[in-house]
Design a protein around this ligand. Structure first.
Ligand code: ADP
Ligand code: MG
Length: 323
């Protein structure tokens, strides 16, 4: 079945399941008209998924709808912002109704869960590429920026690390015990943006970032922005059963340390807020694990499980590495 551009937009993208009162005019006119709250700053983030680069040809459309939105909500979470509005730029090789139905369902389900509304976008023809922009609100002065870490702050991460990376290796042929597969695949294809955690960390965390490229490389961004360094204790890195088994078997720490796509939060906590932050794990139903310390000396270091120190931390994903 073939659809015109306008049929496609009206069928799949113009009937929000969670309409918001602050959307004065949504999809359908030249611009959306939005009413931001008077006393909030607007937090804006954009992410693109390109076929062949971020996902394989033939990837499930529902998963893609979920993931492109999850990546953006994760950025808002990392700033402590409350998600509100979305725009979506789709470049499609054709108007495939099955694909569009699956994509829109995945997108809408996560949008509804977070009470965010798609308010506009753009649709063009070409190689499959998906760009989402998310808009959120944050109280002035309360955003969790990358530049607030100070020597003596504790470093925490949410959830478990390396799951998406392990699922990717499985897709490339690595074999792991079958019992781990559903969890690992869920982590790769339907990541959970830690929005409630990000909101709860306002006033408690001194800096935060979401883990899209890998802990080593993302923590480096905090250290550089904050003009500090850090030490990570590898034994503490939270590992799911599948990643734990992989690390135990191979002695290879690259997955929890440098694999991307987990969309967990890494954040720094001044010692006086440690107790309050640890209590949040229950409130937001998400494990929070202490993994290291912010220090004065620049650079990233790690203490291995056997007590040896290293400063050779593998870097995470870089689109322009090795060009
Ligand atoms: P214009 O030509 O004025 O830019 P378009 O024809 O591109 O408008 O889009 C018509 C309407 O549909 C606009 O409100 C636009 O924001 C919306 N729109 C287009 N593509 C999408 C999409 N993929 N998702 C959501 N809204 C979309
Ligand atoms: Mg126009």
């Amino acid at each position: 079945m073939s659809l015109s551009e306008f049929e496609l937009i009206s069928r799949y993208f113009s009937q929000p399941r969670s309409p918001r009162a602050d959307v004065i005019l949504g999809v359908g006119d030249d611009c959306a008209l939005l009413q931001p709250p008077a006393d909030r700053q607007l937090a804006i983030s954009m992410d693109t998924l390109v076929e062949g680069r971020h996902f394989s040809p033939g990837a499930d459309a529902h998963d893609l709808g979920h993931k492109c939105l999850a990546a953006n909500l994760s950025d808002l979470a990392a700033m402590g912002a409350e998600p509100a509005w979305l725009t979506l730029a789709l470049t499609l090789p054709g108007a495939d109704a099955d694909w569009l139905g699956g994509f829109a369902a995945g997108f809408e389900a996560l949008a509804t869960e977070h009470a965010v509304q798609l308010v506009g976008g753009d649709t063009t023809r070409g190689p499959l590429s998906i760009t989402v922009q998310a808009h959120g609100f944050v109280e002035p002065g309360q955003a969790l920026r990358r530049d607030g870490a100070r020597p003596g702050d504790l470093i925490y991460v949410s959830g478990t690390l390396g799951d998406a990376g392990l699922a990717l290796r499985v897709a490339q042929g690595l074999s792991v015990a079958a019992e781990h597969l559903p969890f690992l695949r869920g982590r790769l294809h339907r990541p959970t943006p830690r929005v409630a955690l990000g909101r709860a960390l306002r006033g408690l965390a001194s800096a935060a970032i979401d883990l899209s490229d890998g802990l080593g490389s993302d923590l480096r961004h905090i250290c550089e922005a904050s003009a500090t360094g850090a030490t990570l204790y590898l034994q503490n890195l939270p590992r799911s059963a599948g990643v734990a088994a992989y690390v135990d078997e191979t002695g290879d720490w690259t997955l929890p340390l440098a694999a991307g796509d987990d969309y967990e939060l890494c954040f720094t906590v001044p010692p006086e807020h440690q107790v309050a932050v640890e209590a949040l794990a229950t409130t937001v139903s998400c494990p929070l694990t202490w993994v290291g310390m912010i220090e004065k000396g620049a650079g990233l270091r790690a203490v291995l499980p056997d007590g040896r120190h290293t400063d050779e931390i593998p870097n995470g994903y870089d689109h322009f590495a090795n060009d």
